[in-house]
Design a protein around this ligand. Sequence first.
Ligand code: ADP
Ligand code: MG
Length: 338
Amino acid sequence: MDIIHLLSDTIANQIAAGEVVQRPASVVKELMENAMDAEASTVKLIIKDSGKALVQVVDNGKGMSVTDSRMSFERHATSKISKSEDLFAIRTMGFRGEALASIAAVAQVEVKTKREEDELGTLLTIEGSEVKNQEPISTAKGTSIMVKNLFFNVPARRKFLKSNPVEMKHILDEFQRICLANPEVTFELYHNDIEIYKLPGAKLSKRIVDLFGKSYREQLAGCEEDTPYVSISGYVGKPESAKKTRGDQYFFINNRYIKSPYLHHAVTMAFEGTIPEKHYPFYVLNISISPAHVDINIHPQKTEIKFEDEKAVYSILRSAVRQAIGVYNLTPTIDFES
Ligand code: ADP
Ligand code: MG
């Protein structure tokens, strides 16, 4: 007797969900990235019980048609790429078409969405990959996705969630990264009906101060470097503001938050001799590079990245940071108002 059979979509989606959705913060990341890709200018994140009861993202972006809203929950369904060459020219945050399918496999999801040109929007309810209801509704332009009771149907995974403070910390990390990568966008965050952040769209310097506190006003040194291969922009903390605890340190490649011990080393080397040992500088650095020169396709969480010419990025970054901390007292005061 033959024993091989195809897995059902439900099981396939649950397995895929294991890659994409580790915890409520993964849902926050995926939904907020989708809002960015939909070109939203205002994004509201609503959390209940550290995301265990609810993660909701409300955006004023493009919205979806009736059919697209249904399609968006299919696995490998995306509007962002279509042919393999597109993989080397990715300018969007998403492209795998897996997030919504994965989330809907392990949660109760309610979507409201409407495009500008449509009179009525769509309300769609999905539970464990199963569509429960779809009907027209009147709603504002944009998309609201509620993700309730994450892992309600996978008790073993739900049990692995950490305490509420730990899960909330992960959510805050994801939220802050996306706020830093998109300073021109207005963001709000509510946890159990309490306002945590209300961040008006602004320049990066003001966004940093709004997120981390007024003390940062005096501490930022602008960092800019333009070469044909890569452009660097952002801020580093002046050497005297370096902390004993690992400060907040952020790299973004084409708007995508990444972890890079190698590039971190470049920044550390630039600070060499200016800060005491075991002190860590603050930085928020955006690296713009042609998508053809990076591969973001290596990890589903996409916080790692492969550069075609890592060494070039390293040395340009180090010299940019050196210059920033060498001449910061000569640059005009940063304007925090706009
Ligand atoms: P990906 O982002 O990789 O394309 P997702 O599963 O996250 O995959 O989303 C599937 C599709 O659903 C997206 O390609 C997009 O067309 C649509 N979509 C998801 N979220 C939104 C949103 N907030 N606004 C508009 N369209 C959305
Ligand atoms: Mg996505």
